[in-house]
Ligand binder design. Structure first.
Ligand SMILES: [Zn+2]
Length: 381
C-alpha cells in the first residue's frame, strides 16, 4: 500500500512537473536582466521579441503574415537610460525601492531646498521639481515628457519633513520607438479560415536608469508563458480551426500593439470565432476573473461548467466590459473575446517586486487545461 501510494504521488508530481517547469523556465528567461524589463532601454523589448519569435519557429508555428512573425509599429515614449540618483535630507535613496521618477518627468540635476505644499508633496518651484510621498510605488510608461519632474518616494524610506534634496537623473524622449507584435498560427485541418486567437502582451515597463529594471513576472511573463505552452501544444496537435497566437507590444504604453493589430489585421477580424487574452496569470489561489463574461454569457457558462467538471480553479468570476488589456479593441470591433486574470497571492504590481522568485505560478497547468477544453467546446469537438 505504502509503496503504491508513494508511486502514485511520484507520478502525480512528474506529470504536474512537466507543465510547471515549462512555464517556470519561460518566466525565468523573460524576467532575466538580458531582456531588461522588455521595455525601452538596453534593447530589452527587441531582444524579447527576437527570442519569442525564435521559439514560435522552433515549435513549428507558421508566420501569420505568411512572411515573418513580426508586425512592426512605432510610437513615442519617455525613457530613462542614464543616471538615476536621488538624495533627500542628506540620505542617498535606492532607485526602484525607495523612489521612482514619474514616467512623464523631465531629467533633473542639482540640489536645493523644499517647501511643503500639502500633506504628501514637497516642492522646489524654481527648479520645477516635486517630491511626493506614496504608500506604494507604481511605475508606468509615458508617451511624452512634461516640463517638470516628479520624484515619488516610498513614505517609509524618508524622515519628515523633507527639507533638502540632491538629484541627478536623465530622461530621453524617443519619438519613434520601434516595436513589433509577434504573430504566429497553427493552420486548421478542416476549417483553416476559422480562427481561435490566444493573445498576451510581452512588453513591460523596461528599466529606470542604468541599474534598475522592472521584471514584470506576473505582468506579463506569466501570460506569455501560458501562451507559449499552448502554442507548443497546438503546433504538435493541429485542430479543426486555425489557432492564432499574438504576443503584443506596447500594452503598457496604452494597448498600442493590440490597437494597431485591429487597425491592420493580418486576417479578417470577422474570421475570429473567439479570442482569449491572458494578462497577469501568475497567481490564482482565489481563481480567475473573466472580463466580458456578461457580454458573452453562453461562452462564459461553458467555461464555468468545464471548470466545475474538471475541478480546476477555485473560482471563475464574471466581470463586464473593461478597457484594461489587449482584448479591448478586438471587442470594440465585434470580435467575441474574454480576458482573464488570476486572483489571490502576491500583490506586486508595476514595481521591482514583481519578480520570478516570488511568483507562485500555481495555476499554470489548470489554466492550460481550462483553455484547451474551452477551445474544444468552441470548435464543437
Ligand atoms: Zn499587463
Amino acid at each position: 500500500m505504502k509503496r503504491l501510494l508513494y508511486l502514485g504521488l511520484l507520478l502525480a508530481c512528474t506529470s504536474y512537473g512537466q507543465d510547471f517547469s515549462f512555464g517556470r523556465k519561460m518566466v525565468d528567461t523573460l524576467t532575466s536582466a538580458s531582456f531588461w524589463g522588455r521595455g525601452y532601454t538596453n534593447d530589452g523589448m527587441k531582444k524579447a521579441a527576437d527570442y519569442l519569435a525564435s521559439q514560435f519557429q522552433s515549435y513549428g508555428l507558421a508566420p501569420m503574415s505568411g512572411k515573418d512573425y513580426f508586425q512592426d509599429l512605432s510610437y513615442s515614449v519617455n525613457t530613462f537610460p542614464g543616471k538615476m540618483e536621488v538624495a533627500v535630507n542628506g540620505k542617498q535613496l535606492t532607485p526602484g525601492k525607495d523612489f521612482i521618477v514619474a514616467a512623464e518627468s523631465k531629467g533633473a540635476k542639482g540640489d536645493g531646498s523644499l517647501t511643503q505644499a500639502d500633506s504628501v508633496q514637497f516642492v522646489n518651484q524654481k527648479d520645477r521639481i516635486i517630491f511626493k510621498l506614496e504608500n506604494k510605488l507604481t511605475w508606468e510608461v509615458a508617451p511624452e515628457a512634461v516640463d517638470f519632474s516628479i520624484v515619488q518616494l516610498d513614505k517609509n524610506s524618508v524622515s519628515l519633513p523633507l527639507i533638502a534634496y540632491k538629484v541627478n537623473f536623465e530622461n530621453k524622449l524617443v519619438k519613434n520607438f520601434k516595436a513589433s507584435n509577434i504573430c504566429g498560427v497553427v493552420k486548421g485541418t478542416e476549417k483553416p479560415d476559422s480562427f481561435i486567437f490566444i493573445t498576451a502582451h510581452y512588453d513591460h515597463l523596461g528599466g529606470m536608469g542604468k541599474d534598475v529594471y522592472f521584471p514584470g513576472a506576473n505582468d506579463n511573463a506569466s501570460g506569455v508563458s501560458l501562451l507559449m505552452n499552448l502554442a507548443h501544444y497546438y503546433a504538435s496537435h493541429p485542430q479543426r480551426y486555425s489557432i492564432g497566437f499574438i504576443l503584443f507590444a506596447g500594452e503598457e504604453a496604452g494597448l498600442l500593439g493590440s490597437k494597431y493589430f485591429t487597425e491592420h489585421p493580418l486576417i479578417p477580424l470577422k474570421n475570429i470565432r473567439f479570442l482569449i487574452n491572458t494578462d497577469l496569470a501568475g497567481t490564482g489561489e482565489e481563481g480567475i476573473t473573466v472580463v466580458n463574461a456578461t457580454e458573452f454569457p453562453k461562452e462564459f457558462e461553458w467555461m464555468k461548467k468545464i471548470n466545475e467538471e474538471q475541478k480546476l480553479l477555485a473560482a471563475v468570476n464574471a466581470r463586464g466590459k473593461a478597457a484594461n488589456s489587449d482584448h479591448y479593441f478586438f471587442t470594440e470591433k465585434g470580435v467575441p473575446s474574454f480576458f482573464f486574470y488570476t486572483l489571490g497571492g502576491i500583490k506586486a504590481y508595476h514595481d521591482v517586486f514583481d519578480k520570478a522568485e516570488t511568483l507562485p505560478l500555481n495555476e499554470h497547468e489548470h489554466l492550460f487545461k481550462l483553455i484547451v477544453a474551452f477551445n474544444n467546446k468552441l470548435m464543437g469537438n
